[in-house]
Design a protein around this ligand. Sequence first.
Ligand code: PMP
Ligand code: GLU
Length: 393
Amino acid sequence: MKLSTRVSELGPSATLLISARAKELVAEGKDVLNFAVGEPDFPTPEPAIEATVQALHDGKTKYAAASGIPELKKEVAKYYKNRFNLDYEMANVSINVGAKHSLYNIFQALVEKNDEVILPAPYWVSYYAQILLAEATPVIINTTDKSFFKITTDDLKKHTTKNTKILVLNSPSNPTGCVYNRDELLSIANFCLENNILIVYDEIYEHIIYGQEHVCIATLSDDIKKNTILVNGVAKSFSMTGFRIGYILAEKNIITAINNIQSHSTSNPTTFAMDGALAALQQCLGFIDPMKLEFEKRMKYFFTEINKIPNITCFEPQGAFYLFPNMKGLLNKDINGKKYSSTLELATALLDDLHIAAVAGEEFGAPGYIRFSYATSIEQIEKCIERLKKWLS
Ligand code: PMP
Ligand code: GLU
């Protein structure tokens, strides 16, 4: 059987694949340190669980409105009003099966063959795959740790063509942890307005940010707001990855198109999970700060210790829960009688020989780096540093 051309070059999500391999090794009894998947290791807040259980008991086990229950849409709009003083109505909100699905819907609704989507690298793995699935062309802007992994309007100028339709921005960023400030966002947003480029702004890590303010790009002006599609969800802020609830805020015509796609693909996000997400937004904002403080503590420790290892240098993340050290200094050097010519090979060796699961930069369009998710205990991080030091000495 011949598969469609659309999937011929599609591999599995590397972040999920490596995490699954790590779990297999654990099942075999190996002491694996899992830094592969980006998923908070905190328990889901109790009110979200209670509301979900209650929803099940209340008989919310049937189909719901395909684009999400009105109560949750209202709550999302209210949340954006309270947090960013932004006015959105229910018709500006779509509830989806996780933010990954929000993004999938967005690309399906907005781009097609010959359209170009500007994607700064390092990028989160699924953007690239989803742009290809929509048959559009990802146009990559490469960035490095030297420029704090950020793009500028000069970069945009060089990569914009008459076919450019969307710019994807993710701040705080997965995998680098970089955060755009107000001025940077303003010049990028104005460039996009002038050049008729829609902005997809993924702010799923908005609350996991260290020592600075998260700027929602839609707050910068009314015109910028109209030109922006916001993506967010409950997975990271409330440790609810398994609930699969994400959402989009955008102009009504975009939301209608997305809702139509959803009504023919998934139908509604899981009915009772939406009650859990609603309770999270209503009652669990206080859960975030202690979690963030813990992430920050781990980051500081991991960042400081990994920087002490010769030939590894690391940019200090300003948000999210990933460390993205530059490992180029380890390539083609003798390490215990072996040489590794890429970070893909190096990451494989980390897993096979050291039982450290982390994701090679190649998967994020950034060879030379390896991503470590520090959504894991400080003890695991200490062990990781010990193993790395021993291996490299
Ligand atoms: N955007 C980014 C940048 C992410 O890291 C993730 C994590 N998977 C998502 C979107 C999707 O999150 P969700 O679990 O809600 O699908
Ligand atoms: N966002 C997480 C990560 O990057 C979850 C895995 C995924 O959805 O790809 O690891």
